[in-house]
Design a protein around this ligand. Structure first.
Ligand code: SAH
Length: 232
């Protein structure tokens, strides 16, 4: 059921299809484990193929991930990071999530798929930034927080010259306007966002691209309580 959708979608993105068996196994584990723990609202195979795997895969057509150290902030059940790593094996991936059971699930999937080099971290982004500040060429994130908050969680992790890619819906004009100050205080520069359609659907998406042009001042990120109460 997933196979033809993935094959067609990846071909439409001009991406290699060799990762399809791993994506299918991942989808099976997701549907199975979701019966006993809350991982995602989407497990029906055709839907998961499009809304999780192809939505994630679309990033590979929009940015160069080859050989990059990538952190996926608030990855949940692994999106978008894990499909990116399956389809682009040179990517050095760190999956970060604040919920332990989700990280346990990710470790299980990586074990099953033989992805031993994927780092699965249970923790909060604002605390992880203390250990791995400016440690990644790319940060990615989907469905975690509004941009002013998300920028403070993600930009400290990105090295100068690197980029933060935020997956958003297309109605983000207001959110984008509201994030200008936060982004520049954190050492970032908002680029022109890129709109795309998930292959095989008519669902539009927007990739917000932020380039790290200067080191993030040491006072950021603040504690989550402060970030939330008083977004930049
Ligand atoms: N990116 C996934 C999951 C989105 S749900 C997807 O698109 O399907 C949001 C996830 O972000 C949750 O799993 C939650 O635990 C995690 N999260 C929220 N705030 C976080 C923080 N400050 N640090 C790390 N993870 C966080």
């Amino acid at each position: 059921m997933m196979e033809p959708i993935l094959r067609e979608g990846l071909s439409a993105l001009s991406l290699p299809t060799g990762g399809i068996p791993a994506l299918i196994r991942y989808g099976e584990l997701l549907a199975e484990r979701n019966k006993v723990m809350n991982l995602t609202a989407i497990t029906e195979p055709a839907e998961a193929a499009r809304l999780h795997f192809l939505d994630s895969a679309a990033l590979l057509a929009l940015a160069d991930f080859r050989g990059e150290a990538v952190v996926d902030v608030g990855t949940g059940a692994g999106f978008p990071g894990l499909p990116l790593r399956i389809l682009e094996p040179s990517l050095r991936l760190t999956l970060l999530d604040a919920q332990r059971k989700r990280v346990d699930f990710l470790r299980e999937v990586c074990g099953e798929l033989g992805l031993e080099d994927v780092e699965c971290v249970h923790g909060r982004a604002e605390e992880f930034a203390r250990e791995r500040r400016e440690g990644f060429g790319l940060a990615v994130s989907r469905a975690v927080a509004a941009l002013p908050v998300l920028a403070e969680l993600c930009l400290p992790l990105v090295k100068t010259g690197g980029r933060f890619l935020a997956m958003k819906s297309v109605d983000t004009a207001e959110e984008l306007n509201a994030s200008g100050r936060a982004v520049s205080l954190l050492g970032g520069r908002l680029e022109k966002p890129v709109d795309y359609v998930i292959p095989g659907t008519n669902i539009p998406r927007r990739l917000v691209i932020i380039t790290k042009i200067a080191e993030t001042p040491k006072k950021y990120p603040r504690t989550f309580a402060k970030i939330k109460k008083n977004p930049l």
